[in-house]
Ligand binder design. Structure first.
Ligand code: GDP
Length: 205
């Protein structure tokens, strides 16, 4: 697992606190409770890399993880990072904080030159929420690659999961989103290898 060995670097309140903008990073986004922490833990093979039980206040940070210097297609070792973005779809987050974060995430997405792509975590049982639609719209506007993990697939049938996957892909086509999507489950470890491979491809982009 090339994502194994991920280590905590820092938690940033503002984008100026982020590590120097060089190398390659992939940002993880998702509404609160979508299963983002569980997905990060599954992908990196850590049990508690990203906290799985968090209070709303504590989730409001960008958390940066370093990956051991990955050998990418470029043959040159490259500094690689995963960035855990706050899920501001959470109703209990105060409006002022949500506004602050919307601004910071916006700025991060627009200005971060090392950002290679986004992994968007979506609960497979839910239809597209405003947070997700906004992220995908951003990717469409900037043509930043996005990979969607339709997670908690263990909670529904295979045919329901396929329907959700088809619907997401249709959304990509209809909205010009440079996206890929897959069925995922942190609990059942479904799609973990595929997701790792996607992250690696994004980092090497
Ligand atoms: P986050 O807020 O997006 O980081 O979400 P968490 O990873 O903390 O997960 C939210 C809740 O969903 C927790 O109770 C998890 O145990 C549960 N959960 C996360 N992923 C899965 C999954 O793949 N399957 C099932 N059944 N539950 C999951």
């Amino acid at each position: 697992n090339p994502l194994n060995g991920a280590t905590f670097v820092l938690a940033a309140h503002e984008i100026v606190q982020l590590p120097f903008d060089q190398g390659a990073e992939v940002a993880f986004a998702g509404r609160s409770n979508a299963g983002k922490s569980s997905a990060l833990n599954a992908l990196t093979g850590h049990n508690a890399l990203a906290r799985t039980s968090k209070t709303p206040g504590r989730t409001q940070l960008m958390v940066v993880f370093d990956l051991p210097r990955l050998k990418t297609e470029a043959a040159e070792p490259l500094d690689c990072r995963l960035v855990d973005l706050p899920g501001y779809g959470y109703a209990k987050v105060p409006e002022a904080m949500r506004k602050h974060w919307r601004g910071e995430i916006d700025a991060y997405l627009k200005m971060r030159r090392s950002l290679r792509g986004i992994v968007l975590i979506v609960d497979i049982r839910h239809e597209l929420k405003e947070f997700d639609a906004t992220m995908l719209q951003f990717c469409a506007d900037t043509q930043l690659p996005c990979h969607v993990l339709l997670t908690k697939a263990d909670k529904i049938s295979r045919s329901q999961a396929q329907k959700a996957l088809d619907a997401m892909r249709k959304h990509f086509r209809d909205n010009n989103v440079p996206g890929t999507a897959q069925v995922f489950s942190s609990s059942a470890k479904t799609g973990v290898e595929e997701a790792r491979a996607r992250v690696m491809v994004l980092l090497a982009t």
